[in-house]
Ligand binder design. Structure first.
Ligand code: GMT
Length: 377
């Protein structure tokens, strides 16, 4: 197969879409493709210089006339330059706003008809698609793309309903970097965190936004903690940290809940955890679920968005209705008290991630999509 010159435009900072875009770029580069990231900064998971990867940072003009700095225009400008100078074969936009729209504009400016593939990640449709000030451009970006993919069937269906796009959308699931996410021996960590050997660990990892419903995690943990000696690890940072601190104090859980902030040792933290909870009210996929499952952690999730496509209810975790705090707690207690069930779920979680969300399989799906688009042209 011919090696391709692939432009990837994405958010470089912390966030699921940026993680997926960066890891996809790294794996494509390892497969011999020439990958060009076009972003506002160096993608945060791109730790060092890697062969076949170039980062094109977008510079933004600070001219005094501007009330708002025109990042999107500068991005389109940079995309058009990179298309021409690097002779790109294809452009892959992650997250519709502004990346799909800027890709369409950049391609137009370059005057080179390369295919654009846009990957929808969730909130670009489920939140911004409802935003009157942006929904028209979300539709425009999708319709100008030669192919649109969604990270779950649920997101695909929601996009059909809301945007009514001109073209078919294809589901390509998110994937896991198996080299990082696998069970590791991290028992020293439990003691390091001051957690007794016999205590079970429940973990929640997110960007601490309202949609994650962390208050439901804390309230169900209050029930769990009355039945099972346990600790709750809250990992991540965001606007909900303060309100959740207050709730933890109100529930009298001050010594039982550990706020760990942003961490880059997630495989270690998952490896000492017995259960992962993601009970969001919106979640297109839930990348953190496959990160936990790859480390052998059973999961409990809400019946929302792509979560039930990732957790197989009764096989590697449990799905309960959104907001069912007692249901989450009852399911968690079952797993935490029954070591045979926990061990079966743990093995199945590892199997499921390997079979359904393995990097090799998903990267090949993207590669096939690229070749298909190039053949169509
Ligand atoms: O909300 C987040 O967790 C961040 C957000 C993003 O835009 O990066 O995540 C979205 O994309 C991830 C990667 O595809 C998905 O795993 C998340 O489910 C999705 N978030 C939502 O739909 C709320």
């Amino acid at each position: 197969m011919r090696k391709l010159k692939i432009g990837i435009t994405c958010y470089p900072s912390l966030g699921g879409s940026g993680v997926v875009a960066t890891e996809l770029g790294i794996l494509l580069a390892e497969r011999g493709h020439d990958v060009h990231f076009i972003t506002s900064g160096r993608p945060f998971r791109l730790y060092m210089d890697q062969p076949n990867i170039t980062v094109h940072e977008v510079e933004v003009s600070q001219y005094a006339v501007f009330k708002f700095t025109p990042y999107d225009i500068a991005l389109a400008n940079k995309i058009s330059e990179v298309i021409v100078e690097e002779e790109l074969d294809i452009l892959h936009a992650h997250y519709a706003v502004p990346h799909a729209i800027c890709s369409a504009l950049g391609r137009d400016m370059a005057g080179v008809p390369i295919p654009i593939i846009t990957t929808l990640h969730g909130t670009d449709v489920t939140i911004l698609g409802h935003d009157r000030t942006l929904s028209g451009t979300v539709k425009y970006g999708i319709n100008k793309s030669d192919m649109t993919t969604a990270v779950s069937d649920s997101l695909k269906e929601e996009t059909y309903e809301l945007i009514r796009p001109a073209n078919e959308i294809r589901t390509i699931y998110n994937f896991i970097d198996e080299r990082s996410y696998r069970p590791v021996n991290a028992y020293h960590m439990k003691a390091g965190l001051g957690i007794a050997e016999a205590d079970k660990i429940v973990i929640h990892v997110s960007n601490f936004r309202k949609v994650k419903r962390i208050e439901d995690v804390v309230r169900s943990f209050a029930i769990i903690n009355r039945e099972v000696p346990s600790k709750l690890l809250l990992v991540g940072d965001g606007p909900e940290v303060e309100p959740i601190h207050a709730l933890v104090a109100e529930e009298g859980l001050g010594t039982e809940v550990l706020f760990l902030g942003k961490r880059d040792d997630l495989p270690d933290l998952f490896s000492i955890s017995n259960l992962n909870m993601l009970v969001s009210e919106k979640e297109a996929f839930g990348l953190v679920l496959i990160e936990a499952m790859a480390c052998g952690v059973p999961c409990i999730g809400s019946d929302i968005g792509g979560i039930p496509e990732v957790i197989e209810d009764g096989r590697n975790g449990f799905i309960r209705p959104l907001g069912d705090i007692e249901g989450y707690a009852e399911a968690a207690i079952r797993i935490l008290k029954d070591s045979d069930l926990a061990s079966r779920f743990s093995q199945d979680a590892i199997r499921s991630v390997r079979e359904r969300f393995g990097s090799e399989r998903i990267v090949r799906e993207y590669e096939s999509a690229y070749y298909e688009l190039l053949e169509r042209k």
